[in-house]
Write a protein that binds this ligand. Sequence first.
Ligand code: BGC
Length: 746
Amino acid sequence: MQTNHFRNLCLVVLAATQVVCVSAQKTKTIAQKVDSVLQLMTLEEKIGQLNQYSGDWSHTGPITKDGDKQSQIKKGQLGSMLNIVGVEHTRTLQELAMQSRLKIPLLFGQDVIHGLKTTFPIPLAEAASWDLPAIERSARIAAKEAAASGIHWTFAPMVDIARDPRWGRVMEGAGEDPYLGSAIAKARVKGFQGNGLGSLDAVMACAKHFAAYGAAVGGRDYNSVDMSERLLHEVYLPPFKAALDAGVATFMNSFNDLNGVPATGNRYLQRTLLKERWKFKGFVVSDWGSVGEMIAHGYVQDNREAAKAAITAGSDMDMESRSYIQHLADLFKQKQVPIVLVDDAVRRILTKKFEMGLFDDPFRFSNAQREKIVWNDPAHKAAALDMARKSIVLLKNEQALLPIQASVKKVALIGPFMKAVRDNLGFWSYEWPDDSTTIVTQYDGIVRRLPKDAIVHYAKGCNINDADSAGFAAAIAAAKDADLVIMSMGEARDMSGEAKSRSSIQLPGLQEALIKAIHATGKPVVLLMNAGRPLIFNWAADHVPAIVCTWWLGTQAGDAIGDVLFGQYNPSGKLPMTFPRSEGQIPIYYNYYNTGRPAKDENNLFYVSAYIDLPNSPKFPFGYGLSYTHFQYAPMQLSDTVLKGNQTLTVKVRVRNEGKYDGEEVVQLYLRDVTASVVRPVKELKGFQKIFLKAGETKEVVFQVKTDDLRFYNQTVQHIWEPGEFHVMVGTSSAQVETRKINWQQ
Ligand code: BGC
């Protein structure tokens, strides 16, 4: 039953303090209701709203031990908690909040990054699907499961662009491209927030980490970032803007400093840009402890200065630093922080609590029956399988080794991931007691698709990351007695993620040695690559005939992989990040500038921008991914080659499925501005369409290009377009396109 908590709040306080509380009337807008509550609040209660602690259910950072959280909740000294999962726990803590003077409900936040009960593929894998409705649905289901268990707010989507695969957090984002990243940011926000805040199956989304966290020097997590404002706007900010335009409720700032100012204390980012120029109405939460970390950055002397810097810069809620709760009141009394700053932050947070309906009923998301039903919804499993299949990228398939033919009767299944359970989930996933029954292993997914009379040999071969070769002999013996070997190799689930940067992104441990040993048996090998980032596996890429990038696919990994290997699903994923040949090429990305001495010919490296020991090209380019069928692109047709002003260029291309399998193709459109007042990338993604073609079918794909697509940030960081020559490119990957020239006049 709804308690109309806001009304009660007003009545209680009216009786106690004689404050005139007219806001209980239904006709009041949320802004008016917020103002009414604000009037009732003491300074301490206001500051309490800006304070967020972690619970002990699980934690993702160095948890602060001091302080009695429960009594602070009762005193109204806490606005939000994270890491409290489940109806029972959220309800218990919300009951404590109802014992506080004003009974302002707590917000429960959680890192629901790629699912809660049902684990979907890691976000980078989902990005490889280029399938926006599927990505939106994945976030929708995550939101349903979270909202059913008392969670109000997910710290997702992570929309950081990343050009450095050493950075462990690439697994959380959508890859290297601002256009794809923006489209996915929008899909995820829509998915999480569903029909709008207040719906019982929606959670508040959080665009993070604001900003440029993905550009950490050397790919080392938490490291500094130094970049031009132009690059910031062109590459790193667009997905944040897209999230904002999609209505994202909150932002999280980031651990890094940007051009010498920690993001948490960065006034330009949070106030000037986000709140003033972009008119963001939600609130900004700090990252875990990032307010206090400004001391270690060397930006402030102590926690008191940290609190002042953060609130002044526009960081509304302090996650786990305790800087606000300890120092803001005094800072106000000493006239160091004006009340308008505190009030603004409180207003933003209370607004969200109203929009979520928590003042009507603080327990509305904590419903044990709903939790049980939603968490066991079979449709979630089906959607996770669909998403996992779509996330897989076929990297190599010589002599059409895949899909596995019916003639294959003896199979050797080798590798440390074959029977792994939780390694399929990847970082930022949750462990549940029933994992062994709900997670489909790769072994099971493959074996259940083999004919009943097939002979299966299994050998782990080696561990993920050690020097133990004791299992090699058994694996070689298994391979020798098989028609086909499937090897499942890669990174453990905690080798990519937060604080999981790697200086080497090669296959860990003895895995490459095992691949070589198995390859030496002469048996055909299919290699499954499990990872949270682009890995380097050059020897395998050059010698193993079939390679499938499976990332970390979540609960349904085994069935998804089985469907792809046996042709029940024709792989359609395309890489959202470039796979380098060597760590020495990093940062590596497809949308680079040409330089004054471009290396046009890899055989002629005379005084050009190149390495003398390595080609510039990557091992696998952005946008790349094979299919079991072949898509033939007819020459593109342009509506015009000379355009004027606000005309629209129509680009048409007919794509034919020439193979014998039905399949999906991601048709990609890139543009290049040949000469401009600042140098422009050799190509930039400006459109894509994922189409399904039956075997033998042809479809026409149509793109409309407008002058908005030509815009870039000039030397004074204005978003303009300039007339001149442009290249229009259409193709199957960033490295395989047809190019046509056009002229766009003023
Ligand atoms: C991460 C955030 C996360 C937060 C709360 C931090 O360490 O950087 O992305 O949302 O912890 O778990």
